[in-house]
Design a protein. Structure first.
Length: 207
């Protein structure tokens, strides 16, 4: 069930999926056995890159998403292949940002299940319109912020492999890493809907 009491924000516009940066953080935390909720972290030390600095806003986004993972998910992510790592990185992002999670589950997944594989700007706008009454905070964002939120949403879906990188925005089938599947079933089986799974398939996995 979607929790409509949670307020939406567009803080995800500060960083798209940032898979490589997220994995730098995850690997650093695993190597140092830090408690991310209690440790004061130095972004310069963790996100060292030769070609680009990581902004404070981007780093705070990575930390926020990482903290959303369970202890078992944090342990697992550094031991997965890149596809599995992206899937858990996406779980952290969706937990941190219910707007993205709800859009995937209520718009992208519903289209995929109904065998309509082309995602459009109209689908995004319809989702936004439906949410306005339940989330009046959406009306407080400026036009420029709302426009950027849509652009970053598309970028996140593409980077996560949920849609292709063409203008047509074709929804792609998902193949969930079995180890990811297991830790999500322990956490919240409904998170598997982020990877477009049907209720029936989720029920089969829980048996």
């Amino acid at each position: 069930m979607v929790n409509e009491q949670v307020k939406y924000d567009f803080a995800f516009t500060g960083a798209s999926m940032k898979y490589h940066d997220f994995m730098r953080l995850a690997n650093y935390m695993a190597d140092h056995d830090f408690d991310p909720d209690a440790t004061v972290l130095d972004p310069e030390e963790i996100m060292r890159r030769s070609n680009k600095r990581t902004s404070k806003r981007e780093f705070q986004e990575m930390i926020k998403r990482y903290r959303m993972l369970t202890t078992e998910q944090r342990r697992l992510i550094v031991d997965l292949d890149p596809n599995g790592q992206r899937q858990l990185a996406m779980i952290g992002l969706c937990k941190a940002h219910p707007f993205i999670k709800d859009f995937i589950i209520e718009a992208v997944r519903e289209k995929f299940i109904s065998l309509d594989f082309k995602l459009t700007d109209g689908d995004y706008q319809s989702f936004l319109n439906r949410k306005m009454e339940l989330h009046p905070e959406l009306e407080q964002f400026s036009d420029s912020t709302s426009k950027k939120a849509k652009q970053v949403t598309w970028r996140i879906l593409e980077q996560a492999g949920l849609i292709d990188n063409t203008k047509d925005k074709i929804i792609l089938p998902q193949f969930v890493n079995q180890r990811v599947m297991d830790v999500l079933l322990e956490d919240d089986a409904n998170l598997l809907k982020i990877f477009l799974m049907t209720d029936h398939d989720i029920k089969l996995q829980r048996v």
